[in-house]
Design a protein around this ligand. Sequence first.
Ligand code: S3P
Length: 449
Amino acid sequence: MKQYRVRTSQRLSGTARVASDKSIGHRALILAALAEGECVLDELTLSGDVRATQHALMAMGVVIREQDESTRVQGVGLRGLQLPNGHIDCGNSGTTMRLIAGLLCAQHFGTRLVGDASLSRRPMKRIVDPLRARGAHIMGTVRSESTELFPPLSVAPLVKGESLLGIEYEMPVASAQVKSALLLSGLYANGLTALREPTLSRDHTERMLAALGVPIERMASMVVLDPVEWRGGWDAFRWTMPGDLSAAAFLIAAAQLVPKSVVEVVNVGVNPTRTGMLDALRSMRAQVNVVPGDETVADEPTARIHIEQATIARGRVGGELTTRMIDDVPAYAALALSAPGKTEIRDAEELRVKESDRIASTILMLRAFGVTCGEFEDGLWLEGTDRLRAATVDCQGDHRIAMAAACIGLRADGETIVRNVECVQTSFPGFARVLRSLGADIVEEEVNV
Ligand code: S3P
């Protein structure tokens, strides 16, 4: 088993880079696989989740090679995917399963999508229902008394002459994975894909499709893809992947937790649908400075983020702000410990169906450090404190809980152990090394259990 051994740290400082954006990585691989010709993705981090998408595409006949800092994808065109030999394993990655399911529904071959124990507990009805409504032959797995559908998913081929239908769909939850599954299937449909979300979720798919010339229109939380007059494909491309703001969130949290720290994270993606945590920090009077970069790939803005530890006020997060920082709640909860008073996070019920029940696992982790905190059905609250007791924490197999616990350990009063941290590979390989390079007292070690 791998664990982090973390000790009270003095002043973090320096400049760091983080793993490339996981959401953009999945999409870039999928869109490269469907391009006409060889695409190059520079600085793509093949984290566990992104590798799941890579393997899914390779299983469908796409040749993908890693060369120096680049990933080369031999695009097969929109209609060039092939029948895989057996099922496709999506590992721990919900994004892989939901996006690949959307793509598979439009093919003339069928297969099964399976996942690990955590992914097998995640809800799939949210994609199965609308995909079926547009004529896809997709089925989820029923478990005991629940009306929910879970993995494995079985997708049967469209029969000859059959195609997917247009769909107008009011999404019950803001979810970029559901939206993307419908947009990817919509590339093959014989009518419009018109979607409306309760609040706008991350819009990488829309931006990237638009950059590739796909007829797609966006207005607030509505998106319409109209493939009817479209030529049906795109040329090969070369994109450089930006860093992941949801990975940078942990460096920001660490810098805010350790007194006198001054840290800069460079080349971070700052798509406005992802920057909720930066806005939340500003309203707490944190010293965060976002300096726009000039690198923009597929309409995805980047920036250099500068953070200086400061005295901050307690936070209150809810509504669309929560959607824009949904993956960053564990990092945000960690740094909010440095604000005196009660911080509250609401409208985050989606966290219950992430890699773990992230409301419950954040609370469990915070309590291990002696934090006074509690749950709401849709969120959590916590009391800031400068008395954090060092702890032994199990991260429940959830990468974001492991990284948040490591950050808190830097401020706790002794030696903290974070167990089972293999899962951090999912999104941020090298996390402990990057944190150490800023002066944090953290080591990653293999222990026998
Ligand atoms: C993702 C969308 C979000 C997010 C996940 C990645 C994506 O999930 O939490 O980590 O890349 O589309 P939902 O679509 O379920 O909100």
